[in-house]
Design a protein around this ligand. Structure first.
Ligand code: PGA
Length: 244
């Protein structure tokens, strides 16, 4: 069973959502799907309820609970609307919206208190890959994201998304993906020795119809986070039907 997550970013429409509903009406794979459309479209989550293994997720969550924070959505509002997954710390939030590791840590705590599964995104920039400092960066991102976080029995999704691969069509070698995924798994084992199996480690960055099979075939890869290729219901459906 693999986890396959669609991140529509600031794209999509009611009509694309209807395409998905039609396309997935016959879905019967065991792969676990999470569709993360823009907030307004999350209100259609109920229409997908009848599809097994198909869930909706948010692309972000506020670090605040409530109050005068125009434009924000809290974990409580997500939970109230039965949205049980949320991306947190996507590189676009980090770079374009000044989201720091400290804020991401607070957001994870808010998600956990609302019983929402966090989908934490981490990954290095191109120069960090080129200067061979990527493991230190990933280590630091994990340390800071999980600071003072207690893990009970919930599933926790971590997406390794090298920034140089997002939206570029360039993907790492499978051996490079495996190396980082094993590094993340070892780190999570150090941080949470009893809970290591609850951490699902996904790859994200230019996943498409040509490369998804070889990526998902790797034992070190628990799933994929798909951006651009998730905007076509047929392509995404094919990815979701991956079988080993
Ligand atoms: P991409 O985006 O698949 O379009 O590269 C992935 C992501 O940003 O999560």
């Amino acid at each position: 069973m693999k986890y396959i997550i669609a991140n529509w970013k600031l794209n999509g429409s009611k009509s694309l959502l209807n395409d998905f509903l039609n396309q997935f009406s016959t879905y019967n794979s065991e792969n676990y799907i999470v569709l993360c459309p823009p907030y307004l479209l999350l209100s259609s989550a109920d229409r997908f309820k009848a599809i097994d293994n198909f869930f909706m997720g948010s692309q972000n969550v506020s670090e605040y609970d409530n109050g005068a924070f125009t434009g924000e959505i809290s974990a409580e509002i997500l939970a109230d609307n039965k949205i049980a997954h949320s991306i947190v710390g996507h590189s676009e939030r980090r770079t374009l919206f000044a989201e720091t590791d400290e804020k991401i840590n607070i957001k994870i705590k808010k998600l956990l208190s609302g019983k929402i599964t966090p989908i934490l995104c981490i990954g290095e920039k191109l120069e960090q890959r080129e200067t061979n400092t990527y493991k230190q960066i990933i280590d630091l991102q994990l340390e800071k994201a999980f600071k003072n976080i207690k893990v009970d029995d919930q599933t926790f999704i971590i997406a390794y998304e090298p920034i140089w691969s997002i939206g570029t069509g360039v993907i790492p070698e499978i051996s490079q993906i495996n190396e980082v995924h094993n590094f993340i798994r070892t780190k999570m084992k150090q941080l949470y020795p009893k809970n290591v199996n609850q951490f699902k480690i996904l790859y994200g960055g230019s996943v498409n119809l040509k490369n998804y099979h070889s990526i998902l075939s790797s034992k070190a890869v628990d799933g994929v986070l798909v951006g651009g290729a998730s905007l076509d219901s047929k392509s995404f459906y094919e990815i979701c039907n991956f079988k080993n």
